[in-house]
Every structure is written in C-alpha cells, then in structure tokens.
Design a protein around this ligand. Structure first.
Ligand code: 1GP
Length: 243
C-alpha cells in the first residue's frame, strides 16, 4: 500500500485524519524515541517532517524517528535541500498561491532526481499560503504574499487549478505559529469546489478549533507548535479530529 493509499484509507475510516508536524530544529535527538512511542499510541495517522527553514541534520532526526515509530513519515520540505531516504513519502509541493518561480518549479526540478534515487513516494500537493494574521517563516522565506483571509474565491480558484494540474492533495496553510488559522468559510468554499482531500494547518491550538476545521470540510488537520509544547495533547486532538 502506498502512503497516499494509506491516507485515503484514513479518510474512509474517520471523518478526518490527524497529522503531526515535526520540526527537526525543535526536536532533541534524545527525546525522539519517547516521542515516537507517544505518537504511536495517541492515534496520530502520520507524521510530517520538515519546515521552511532548517539548521539541524534532517537525516539523523528522520532515521531516529523511523526507528521509533511505525507511522508513515512524510517529508514536508521547505526546499530541495530537505531530502532524506529515511522517510516513506514526500509532499511534492508547489507553492501555487505564490508567484515565485523558485517555489513553483525550480526547487522541484532540483529535488526530482534525488527523490527518484532515494525511492521516496512523491505525493503531488498544491500548497496555498493563507494570511494567518502575522508574517510567518514560510511567507518570509518563500517571498510570497499569502491569500487574503476574506478572498475565498481566490483560494478555491487556486485549489481548483491545482486539482486540474493533477495535484492529489490541497494544503491550506496559515503558517506555523499563525495568529489565526485558515478561516472556516474559506475551507468550506474550497471543499465545495475541489474533490481532492484538503489538508489544513497553521495556528491550530485547541481541539475545539481542530474540530471546527473538520466540520468546515478539512480532510486532514496538521498541528505543530501545540504538540511541541505538550505532546500529551495528541490523543485529545486525534479524538476530536477523527470524529
Ligand atoms: C503545518 O503550519 C502547520 O502546516 C503547523 O502549524 O505549528 O501553528 O501548528 P502550527
């Protein structure tokens, strides 16, 4: 079964799936084995690994994580530099809300031969950055302007274009640490227009908010910061998201 098929199976089993984002810069090597056990028993469906900007050795973190959990590890790269064979798949993303050719296609061209060599499963993903009320690393590093929060039609037109280009997932991203997550109205209007699964992440800090995003139409919810601060919250998030 491919990782994408596993994600589809999660979608069939639950109302929505739960993905935990691991920022390799914020996870201490010695804490990984315990964290691996925690995610496993908390009901998390898969791990995303990466960030817009990295200073740590991704491979070392990924390898330790792989030895600590059976959950799929999906790379969530900020650039073509963030690749390792110690993962199962990679969100092969294009930042389609932006107009920076580097993140639309250049990084992807640099990464493609390495992904092939490393045997990673690429999952074509349309990545949309939505204004989360504060400047986030992803908007600064990618030098792109997020979609305004009240422009639902701009968001769904981008998502639909992504689907027509063959992307298998649409990621609505408010940015890690966003003040406010992607608005419910925007999620529901994207959901109405596209048939591929929608991932929603950035600024989700409570189980109530996560639940609200699922009700609005999110197929997968991603949390990062809130779990870094308190990993014991993972089970409650999984329960709220699975429905
Ligand atoms: C990944 O941006 C999310 O898409 C993670 O965001 O760290 O704010 O949960 P948080």
């Amino acid at each position: 079964m491919t990782v994408f098929e596993q994600l589809q199976a999660v979608g069939e089993k639950y109302q929505a799936g739960y993905l935990v984002l691991v920022d390799p810069d914020r996870l201490e090597q010695q804490d990984i084995p315990r964290f691996g056990q925690q995610v496993q028993s908390a009901g998390v469906d898969a791990l995303l690994l990466g960030g817009s900007f990295l200073t740590n050795d991704l491979s070392l973190i990924a390898e330790t994580l792989q030895n600590s959990t059976n959950l799929p590890i999906i790379l969530f790269p900020g650039s073509a530099m963030q690749l390792t064979s110690h993962a199962d798949a990679i969100l092969f993303m294009s930042l389609i809300s932006g107009r920076n050719p580097n993140y639309l296609i250049s990084e992807q061209v640099k990464a493609a031969p390495l992904i092939q060599k490393q045997g990673l499963e690429p999952i074509p993903t349309g990545y949309l950055l939505i204004d989360g009320g504060t400047q986030t690393s992803v908007s600064f590093i990618s030098n792109t302007t997020p979609i305004p929060r009240d422009k639902c039609e701009i968001a769904w037109a981008h998502a639909l274009a992504g689907q027509y280009l063959g992307m298998q997932l649409i990621y609505l991203e408010a940015g890690s640490g966003a003040k406010t997550p992607v608005p419910d109205l925007m999620i529901s209007s994207v959901k109405k227009q596209v048939s591929v699964p929608i991932i929603v992440g950035g600024g989700i800090r409570s189980t109530e908010t996560a639940r609200q995003k699922v009700e609005a139409g999110a197929d997968f919810i991603v949390t990062g910061n809130v779990i870094e601060k308190d990993p014991s919250l993972m089970s409650a998030f999984a329960e709220a998201i699975h429905g």
